[in-house]
Design a protein around this ligand. Structure first.
Ligand SMILES: [Zn+2]
Length: 278
């Protein structure tokens, strides 16, 4: 703690010295700007271990590279993603994926201890694990960059402590553009990409968030949603009440294969699919 305080003090002294040296009468900084800069420095100095071990080539200018549809791939690539696990459904999902020899991506939360073995199994079977959220409480985590980093780090540490892997991709709870993060989303995305991470939204919705959605509807949503695309990032959920998702999964994979899709897990080298930030 003491060394961090010293580092922060040194950082601030250098910062204010630079401000003093650069300022002249036509360029006077207002207190508001000081406060913004101090706030930014304080979260940039936070969690020095939360940096991607390998920076994604897409971590710079993410919003510019990621929002255009890719049309030049020879193979149709589909990336199945499951949010909010591990859960009692994870083993069933893993069994189906194994049966079809398909690798997928799990954006995980800080789950109950009893579910953690499923997380470990997913890693062992070659699936990608991405950071999602520790609390999944939108109001709390999107209150500020600091709050987001706190939550992200708790989830990151949960995964690292249990699997030994340092994760390089993540998904925002509710997606990168949602009703809770209008005032913080851009700054959070900038800070996370500064740290070398990239995030994935989706371009095919299974719409399995509603508990009333049946397996046939989930199947139709995914199959129809993939039509006309070369690259599909499909969002589904891995949670205790997602039996219909599990019931649909086998047929979804069978049909996507028949339609000529190739499956792969997301990595930090896959060009992200992200929502456009205004
Ligand atoms: Zn979620």
């Amino acid at each position: 703690m003491k060394s961090k305080r010293i580092a922060l003090t040194v950082y601030l002294v250098i910062f204010f010295s630079c401000v003093w040296m650069c300022s002249d009468e036509s360029n006077i900084y207002t207190p508001d700007i000081y406060e913004t800069q101090i706030d930014k420095l304080s979260y940039q100095l936070k969690y020095p271990h939360i940096y991607a071990v390998v920076y994604s080539p897409y971590a710079v200018q993410l919003t510019e590279v990621a929002t255009t549809e890719e049309t030049d791939t020879e193979e149709k690539m589909v990336y199945l993603t499951f949010d909010d696990g591990p859960s009692p459904r994870t083993a069933e999902i893993l069994d189906i994926l194994k049966k079809h020899d398909v690798k997928a991506t799990f954006f995980v939360v800080k789950a109950k201890d009893e579910y953690t073995p499923h997380l470990i199994r997913a890693v062992e079977e070659g699936h990608t694990i991405g950071v999602h959220s520790a609390s999944h409480k939108y109001k709390e985590i999107y209150a500020s960059v600091n709050a987001y980093l706190d939550d992200f780090t708790r989830c990151y540490n949960y995964i690292y402590d249990n699997t030994g892997y340092e994760r390089t991709i993540f998904r925002f709870p509710g997606g990168s553009v949602n009703n809770y993060n209008a005032s913080t989303r851009k700054e959070i995305a900038e800070e996370m990409t500064r740290r070398g991470y990239i995030y994935f939204d989706w371009n095919v919705e299974s719409n399995d968030s509603s508990n009333n959605t049946g397996a046939q509807t989930i199947y139709n949503n995914v199959i129809n949603g993939c039509k006309g695309k070369n690259r599909a990032v499909v969002i589904m959920h891995d949670a205790i009440n997602k039996k219909e998702t599990v019931a649909a999964l086998d047929n979804i994979i069978t049909q996507l294969k028949a339609d000529g899709w190739h499956f792969a897990p997301l990595t930090n080298e896959v060009r992200p699919v992200i929502f456009r930030m205004k």
